[in-house]
Design a protein. Structure first.
Length: 505
C-alpha cells in the first residue's frame, strides 16, 4: 500500500494547538452557517458536486473567513502574513495542520469542513485534501487509503440513527469520524474502528477540533478489533458497501466479493448488541436472478434481532458500474482503461448472476424475542430526515403488535398520528372515490391505501373509544354485521399501527 501522494497528517496529540485552531475558526465564523452565507446556496451546493470554481469566485476578497475557506476547503495556499492574525500560524505549522508553500505562503495539510450538529453545534470534519465535499471524484484520487469527508451516505446514516442516550456506541468504519462525532453527543463511551489507520488518525482530529471527547480508536477489519466479550447499545456503520470487481479504494470497496461484506456485518452485529440495542447500517445488496431480494436480506438477520430493512433505490448493473466509475473519476482518464474497468464490472455481475443492486438501510434491534419481526420493504420516496425517532418508534410499535393478538387489538385504544391527511383517488367528477389513501406528512412520509372502513376508523381514533367500539359504530352506520367487521378489520388496524398511521394510546 502506498500513501505517497497523501500528505503527512497533523499531530493528533497536540490538543493545545487544536483547541486554539478551533477558537480561531469559530472567531472567523468558519461555521456551516457562515459558509453558506459567504458562498450563497448555489456555490455551496456546487461544492457537493466537487465543483469549486463558484466557491473560488466567492472567496476572492481577503476577509479572515474568505481566507480560511480558500485554505481549508479549496486547497489554495494563502500568504503567511495575511493569516498571521487569524490563525495560530506558527503552532499550526509546527503541529502539522499547515505547511509552508513557496516563499511566503502556507497551505493546509487536510481539508476541514464546517459541519452543523443537530443541536446547532459548530463542528468540523477533517478529511484528506480535496475530499471535504463531493467524494473522491473531485480529486480523481487513485490512492487506496484516501479518507473522504462528508457525503450523502454519511448524513443519511447520521439522520436515521436512533439518538437515545446510551452507555456504549460503536462506529465501525469511522472514516472522517462523522458518525463517532454524532454518537459522542449521546453515548458515554464511543469506540471507532477502521481498517485504515489514516482514518483513525483523522477521526481523532475531527473529534478534537469539534470539541468532542476522544473516542476509543481501534484498527482492524469489521468486528475483529473488539474483545470477545465487548457489546454495545448502538452500532452504526456506513461500510465500504460498493459491490465491485476487486478492492481498489478502501473507503468504498469492501474487498469481500459481492455483498459479502454487508452480509457479514449484519450477521455478526447480533452478538455485539446489548438487549434493546440498535445496529444501523447503510448497505448495498445484490438482486440475483431467480431470487427475491427480500428473501436474501431476511436471511442476513441474526438470531434474537428484529429488523427493518428499507430498500431506497435499485439500479441495474450498468447504472451501478457507471456510478462508481464516475465516483472514482475514472471517466476523466484514459478511455481504453475506462472501458476495461467497465467491462470488468459487468463480468463480475454476470458471473454472480446479478441483475441489479439495491441500496438501503438496515436496522436491527436486539430483543431476544422467540419470533422476531423482520420487515423488508421498498420505499423509494422522499422522507423527512432526521428519522432517528421514527426508527425508534417503529420498533416500539412492533413490540406492541407482538404482544397484542386480534382480540387485544380490539380492546385497545388508538390515536391518529399527527399530520396525516386523506386523499381520495378516482376519476374527475366521479361521485365515489376508487380508493382512499392515507398520507403522512412527517417521518417516512408513507402513503397507504385503505378501504372506507379503514379511513373512517382512522378518522375517529382519538384514543377515547376502544377499536372494537369504533367498529361497532361503523357497522351500524354502514349496515354491516358488526361480528364480521370485528373479524376482518384487525389486519388493517395492524398494518396502520405498523406503518405509524395509528399510535397505541
Ligand atoms: C464509506 S466510508 C464511511 C466513513 C464514515 N463512517 C462516514 O459515514 O462518512 C467506509 C469506511 O470503512 C473503512 N473500511 C473499509 N473496509 C473496512 C473493514 N473491512 N473493516 C472496517 N472498516 C473498513 C474505510 O477505510 C472507510 O473509512
Amino acid at each position: 500500500m502506498s500513501h505517497s501522494s497523501l500528505s503527512a497528517l497533523p499531530a493528533p496529540d497536540r490538543l493545545d494547538v487544536t483547541a486554539r485552531l478551533r477558537d480561531a475558526l469559530l472567531e472567523a465564523s468558519f461555521t456551516a452557517d457562515g459558509l453558506l452565507e459567504l458562498l450563497g446556496a448555489p456555490a455551496y451546493a456546487a461544492l457537493a458536486r466537487s465543483e469549486i470554481v463558484p466557491a473560488l469566485r466567492a472567496t476572492r476578497g481577503d476577509t479572515p473567513l474568505e481566507m480560511l475557506v480558500r485554505l481549508f476547503l479549496l486547497q489554495q495556499p494563502v500568504p503567511h502574513a495575511r493569516v498571521e492574525g487569524v490563525l495560530p500560524v506558527d503552532a499550526c505549522l509546527e503541529s502539522g495542520w499547515l505547511v509552508r508553500a513557496g516563499t511566503d505562503e502556507v497551505a493546509a495539510t487536510v481539508d476541514v469542513r464546517p459541519y452543523g450538529g443537530a443541536g446547532g453545534e459548530d463542528w468540523f470534519i477533517v478529511s484528506d485534501l480535496g475530499c471535504a465535499v463531493g467524494g473522491a471524484g473531485g480529486i480523481g484520487s487513485r490512492e487506496e487509503g484516501v479518507v473522504l469527508g462528508v457525503g450523502g451516505a454519511s448524513t443519511t446514516l447520521a439522520g436515521i440513527t436512533v439518538r437515545t442516550p446510551v452507555s456504549a456506541a460503536l462506529d465501525l468504519g469511522t472514516g472522517s469520524g462523522i458518525q463517532a462525532l454524532h454518537a459522542a453527543q449521546h453515548a458515554t463511551r464511543v469506540t471507532a474502528t477502521d481498517i485504515n489507520p489514516r482514518a483513525l488518525h483523522i477521526t481523532a482530529l475531527t473529534l478534537a477540533l469539534s470539541g468532542a471527547p476522544a473516542a476509543d480508536l481501534r484498527e482492524g477489519s469489521l468486528f475483529e478489533p473488539l474483545r470477545d466479550d465487548e457489546t454495545y447499545d448502538l452500532i452504526v456503520s456506513n461500510p465500504p458497501f460498493v459491490i465491485s470487481p476487486g478492492a481498489r479504494l478502501t473507503y468504498r470497496d469492501g474487498g469481500m466479493g459481492g455483498d459479502d461484506l454487508c452480509r457479514t456485518l449484519v450477521q455478526q452485529a447480533g452478538e455485539r448488541l446489548n438487549e434493546g440495542g440498535f445496529a444501523q447500517f447503510l448497505a448495498n445488496w445484490q438482486h440475483v436472478e431467480g431470487e427475491d431480494w427480500q428473501d436474501r436480506l431476511r436471511a442476513w438477520v441474526p438470531r434474537g434481532c428484529d429488523a427493518w430493512i428499507v430498500q431506497r433505490e435499485v439500479q441495474d448493473v450498468t447504472q451501478y458500474a457507471e456510478l462508481w466509475l464516475r465516483d472514482a473519476g475514472d471517466h476523466r482518464g484514459d478511455p481504453a482503461e475506462y472501458q476495461a474497468r467497465y467491462d470488468a464490472w459487468l463480468d463480475e455481475f454476470e458471473a454472480r448472476k446479478v441483475k441489479a443492486v439495491g441500496f438501503g438501510w438496515i436496522t436491527l434491534r436486539k430483543t431476544g424475542a422467540a419470533v422476531p419481526s423482520v420487515t423488508a420493504e421498498e420505499w423509494p420516496h422522499p422522507v423527512e430526515q432526521p428519522l432517528g425517532e421514527t426508527v425508534r418508534e417503529h420498533f416500539e410499535r412492533l413490540d406492541y403488535l407482538r404482544t397484542h393478538d386480534d382480540a387485544a387489538l380490539l380492546t385497545g385504544h388508538f390515536k391518529l398520528a399527527p399530520e396525516i391527511v386523506q386523499e381520495q383517488v378516482g376519476l374527475p367528477g366521479a361521485e365515489d372515490p376508487e380508493h382512499v389513501v392515507l398520507r403522512q406528512n412527517r417521518g417516512m412520509r408513507r402513503a397507504t391505501k385503505v378501504d372506507t372502513v379503514g379511513a373512517g376508523f382512522a378518522g375517529v381514533c382519538d384514543g377515547s373509544l376502544s377499536a372494537g367500539r369504533i367498529l361497532d359504530a361503523i357497522a351500524q352506520l354502514v349496515g354491516e354485521d358488526p361480528v364480521l367487521l370485528r373479524d376482518r378489520t384487525p389486519a388493517q388496524i395492524r398494518l396502520l399501527v405498523e406503518q405509524g398511521f395509528l399510535e397505541p394510546a
